[in-house]
Design a protein around this ligand. Structure first.
Ligand code: T4K
Length: 374
């Protein structure tokens, strides 16, 4: 086996061609318009809306601020039902809005909030549901909407992982009241840092855009205590270029995923997540569930052995958010009983996947991983 000496990261951003970027930079330099809803910002909002098949895109400086602003947009109060099996930004955004997160358990087959658990978690103070399309796997959007309609709740999707995921050819971002995206360097589509809120009507889009610009409605009127969460012109221009290559990059991720699937699908001791035939997927992560009882080795041993072999797999999402000291103190009568999420946090390991992962690097990962689970 060829020895790999440079660590293989779990992910790596794809960057636009530098020569192609320079004319955009020259234009920005010449105009001296570098932020605050500039021409590239406006262009990217339009191009993204068209590409994603959604009505309105509001760009943000990152996904966390997009989520914090989405909660402000809909004036969410009290308790919000959410999932503990996520990146901590989901929960932090609630607390920054003085909202109480109420965790419900996840479906062990998708890692997403189990909609059958939502009703029991609703109290008189519940105003919204905040599910996450974890690893880009679509939530059960129909059942979640039914529950929201029955109980008069808002739905905000944390779609940080779900760039361009579709269900029955319709963007997953069209479900719920709002969805947020992250365009962080580690995501399928990146603008270095960045994010967006997807909205479905003009009035809401206008409110979002006021909120991300200090609450300004015109030059001398403030309609809400807004924040500064604007994307700048350099990132927007970079994003326009990224969009030109996104289909190609998602295809490369698909090829890598299929190669892993072929190598691992019949192996004892690991379980792969299933993606429904109804879904056009974006292949953001390659999560594998390790069954210690069959392999005789736990996930963390495998994680450490991969690291020794220069493979930086990651344990997304460990520890479970509800286990962080910050969130342990939540009312346990509301947020206990999370066995499926706890199991996933202990069992899942994400293997490297990114468009520039080479064939020989992937062969190496497969070989070492198969050795670990045999
Ligand atoms: N909701 C959900 C469900 C999320 O997953 C996230 C973010 C958010 C909301 C919030 O969105 P943002 O506010 O971030 O837009 C990463 C990301 O920082 C974070 O964006 C992401 N989720 C989370 C799942 O993962 P880390 O701690 O894994 O990042 P880091 O720095 O360890 O990077 C991972 C690997 O990527 C590195 O080992 C090497 C490679 N890398 C990374 C960067 C930053 C590069 O090659 N180049 C780079 O520039 O958190």
């Amino acid at each position: 086996m060829k020895k790999i000496t440079k660590p293989i990261p779990v992910t790596q951003p794809s960057l636009p061609n530098l020569q192609e970027f320079i004319p955009y930079l020259e234009e920005i330099w010449a105009s001296k318009w570098i932020t605050n809803n500039g021409q590239f910002h406006q262009q990217l909002e339009k191009e993204l809306a068209e590409f994603l098949g959604v009505k309105y895109v509001s760009l943000f400086s990152n996904g966390t601020l997009a989520l914090m602003t989405a909660l402000q947009t809909l004036r969410i109060t009290g308790e919000v039902i959410t999932t503990p099996y996520t990146f901590v930004a989901t929960t932090n955004a609630l607390v920054w809005n003085s909202l109480e997160p109420v965790f419900v358990d996840v479906d062990p087959l998708t890692g997403n909030m189990d909609p059958k658990k939502i009703e029991a978690a609703i109290t008189k103070d519940t105003t919204a549901i905040l599910p996450v399309h974890v690893y880009g796997h679509p939530c059960d959007v129909e059942m979640i909407q039914d529950i929201a309609d029955t109980f008069g709740l808002k739905v905000i999707y944390d779609s940080a992982h779900a760039f361009n995921v579709r269900i029955d050819k319709n963007s997953i971002l069209n479900f719920g009241d709002l969805s947020i995206l992250s365009f962080h360097a580690t995501k399928v589509y990146n603008t270095i840092e960045g994010g967006a809120i997807i909205s479905h009507d003009e009035k809401t889009k206008v409110r979002i855009d006021y909120l991300k610009n200090f609450g300004f409605a015109g030059e001398s009127n403030i309609i809400a205590p807004g924040i500064n969460a604007k994307m700048n012109e350099l990132q927007a221009a970079y994003g326009i270029l990224q969009l030109k290559y996104i289909k190609e990059n998602i295809l490369k991720r698909k090829i890598i995923t299929e190669k892993y699937d072929n190598a691992f699908s019949r192996k004892r001791g690991i379980t792969l997540f299933d993606i429904s035939q109804r879904v056009d997927y974006n292949y953001p992560y390659y999560p594998v569930m390790v069954q210690e009882e069959i392999i005789g080795k736990n996930r963390d041993e495998i994680y450490n052995n991969l690291k020794v072999n220069n493979i930086s797999a990651r344990r997304y999402f460990y520890p479970l958010v509800s286990k962080f000291s910050m969130y342990k103190g939540l009312d346990s009568s509301k947020s206990s009983n999370l066995p499926n999420a706890e199991k996933l946090a202990e069992k899942v390991i994400c293997l490297p996947i990114y468009p520039d992962l080479t064939v020989s690097e992937q062969d190496y990962i497969i070989e070492i991983f198969l050795r670990e689970i045999s």
